[in-house]
Design a protein around this ligand. Structure first.
Ligand code: NAD
Length: 487
């Protein structure tokens, strides 16, 4: 590890595998480098779990699960509450670690850590409310009792774009339900997940209930775990492409899957929208996390009558963002995660411009150490541009003008994705109609952010299966047991 990483992490920087109660290197000694995207420099060397390590972690989790599932809900609630308080206590260190390994601006990293902590608080409150049901059978002969039991060992796989929140959004409900977990964080950002693992130990999570296994050998390590009998749950957040592969792998042993996958969010601005609110909402929906969010507005459908003003105001707001290393206090937009991400964004922008889109601001990569792309607004983007059909995952806002609202809704729905949609209008009835017609698991109506630990987050179509957050998120880690009984 380098001095830079240590300076931001104090006692929290962990670089080995967390299996049971010990931090250990990989069984075959493999390690991989973690890089700061703001500079391109290596910040730490992390143990890369082997298939043997994965087997060991599942065994340990399975042993720990029996006792954990028998603890009282209040006990699990207290541990999660302690975890919430510890994350808040270490908010600044964690935010700096997130910013260092992910590149996001500190303001975004602080917001993420607060959001991450809230999943522990929410699920500490939900742990004592795992309600079953009882009813009289229609024939009147017996009672139908339904208990909600913990599903078993849960395999959790997280992406690099929210290294803290994607971990707590899974660990919180799994622990509340009485499950033990093995978490495999993204290889670009394993340090935050390891730090959270250490905080959970400090919070009193019994040994083996939470295991954290970074690995560069994701495919082999994850399929070994999916193939092992104790694993009954896979909760994955990442790209639709990898999600499909994992669903196929889970089919062999019929493992229950929750999938939070990619998005291609439309953002509709109707003719009567409050433009101040719409531009502020657009900046949030597009630029939270520098555009590297599954919820990021990917396509702006703006009514022709307000399009000139909206485009000008959005371009002005985007051009004023100060670009720089995530860990600089003055930075508003950090780098992209890696050079491939810059190449993808550049390809999409070039394709749109070649097809006739107009660049209102930006439109190019930035030449400096690290992996930066200029905040960009494209106007009059034609329907066949690739940027309207692929996840951009960068600071680019493509605007499409419309005159017919139904045609705009049709275009918004013309995608394999269905995670989130946004609508801005002063007419709440019109907004509700549009919200109901948009094919998405979530809709922001005059809101640029929908994420909330208390709400069911998730997508339809190829954006996912199941929900995270809310009470629904906990039920993903339970199975119903029905007891037919007469008394
Ligand atoms: P990714 O699919 O490349 O990787 C996600 C995780 O899967 C990582 O931990 C990675 O190491 C692992 N992985 C990769 N290949 C694997 C394989 N063959 N077998 C097993 N595991 C494998 O995604 P990413 O680039 O880390 O994240 C960006 C994607 O995540 C975007 O598509 C984004 O929309 C999506 N995302 C979705 C949500 C949501 O809640 N819907 C939230 C955040 C990110």
């Amino acid at each position: 590890m380098t001095a830079t990483a240590a300076a931001f992490s104090d006692a929290q920087l962990r670089t080995d595998l967390l299996i049971g109660d010990s931090w250990s290197p990989a069984s075959d000694g493999s390690r991989f480098d973690v890089t700061d995207p703001s500079t391109g420099k290596v910040i730490a060397s992390v143990a890369s779990a082997s298939v043997d390590d994965a087997g060991r972690a599942v065994e340990v989790a399975d042993r720990a699960r029996h006792e954990w599932s028998r603890t009282s809900p209040r006990e699990r609630s207290d541990v999660l509450r302690a975890a919430f308080e510890l994350v808040i206590e270490h908010r600044e260190e964690l935010a700096r670690l997130v910013s260092l390994e992910n590149g996001k601006a500190l303001a975004d990293a602080r917001a993420e850590v607060t959001y991450a902590a809230e999943f522990f608080r929410w699920y500490s409150e939900e742990a004592v409310r795992v309600l079953g049901t009882v009813q009289t059978a229609p024939a009147g002969t017996n009672r139908i009792l339904v208990l909600r039991e913990p599903i078993g060992v849960a395999l959790l796989i997280t992406p690099w774009n929210f290294p803290a929140a994607m971990a707590t959004r899974k660990i919180g409900p799994a622990l509340a339900a009485g499950c033990s977990v093995v978490l495999k964080p993204a290889s670009d950002t394993p340090l935050t997940a390891l730090a959270i693992g250490a905080l959970l130990q400090e919070a009193g999570v019994p040994h083996g209930v939470v295991n954290v296994l970074p690995s560069r050998r994701s495919g082999a390590v994850v399929s070994a775990m999916l193939d092992s009998t104790p694993v009954r749950k896979l909760s994955f957040t990442g790209s639709t492409e990898v999600g499909r592969t994992l669903l196929r792998g889970a089919a062999d042993r019929v493992v229950s899957c929750s999938m939070e996958l990619g998005g291609n969010a439309p953002f509709l601005v109707l003719a009567d929208a409050d433009l101040d609110a719409a531009v502020a909402g657009a900046m949030l929906a597009k630029m939270r996390n520098g555009g590297e969010a599954c919820t990021a507005a990917n396509r702006f459908y703006v009514h022709e009558s307000v399009a000139d003003e909206f485009a000008a105001r959005l371009a002005e707001a985007m051009s004023q963002l100060r670009v720089g290393p995530g860990t600089d206090e003055s930075t508003r937009l950090g780098p992209l995660i890696n050079p491939e991400a810059v190449a993808t964004v550049d390809r999409l922008v070039t394709d749109a411009v070649d097809r006739g889109a107009i660049v209102r601001t930006g439109g190019h990569a930035l030449v400096r150490p690290g992996w930066y792309y200029a905040p960009t607004v494209l106007d009059a983007v034609p329907a066949d541009a690739s940027i309207l059909h692929e996840e951009i995952f960068g600071p680019v806002a493509p605007i499409v003008r419309f005159t017919d609202l139904d045609a705009a809704i049709h275009a918004a729905n013309d995608t394999e994705y269905g995670l989130v949609s946004y609508v801005y209008t002063r007419d709440v009835a019109a907004g509700m109609r549009v919200a109901e017609e948009l094919q998405a698991g979530m809709v922001g109506l005059n809101r640029g952010v929908v994420s909330d630990p208390a709400a069911p987050f998730g997508g339809i179509k190829q954006s996912g299966l199941g929900r995270e957050g809310g009470h629904e998120g906990l039920l993903e880690y339970t199975e119903d047991k029905y007891i037919a009984t007469a008394w």
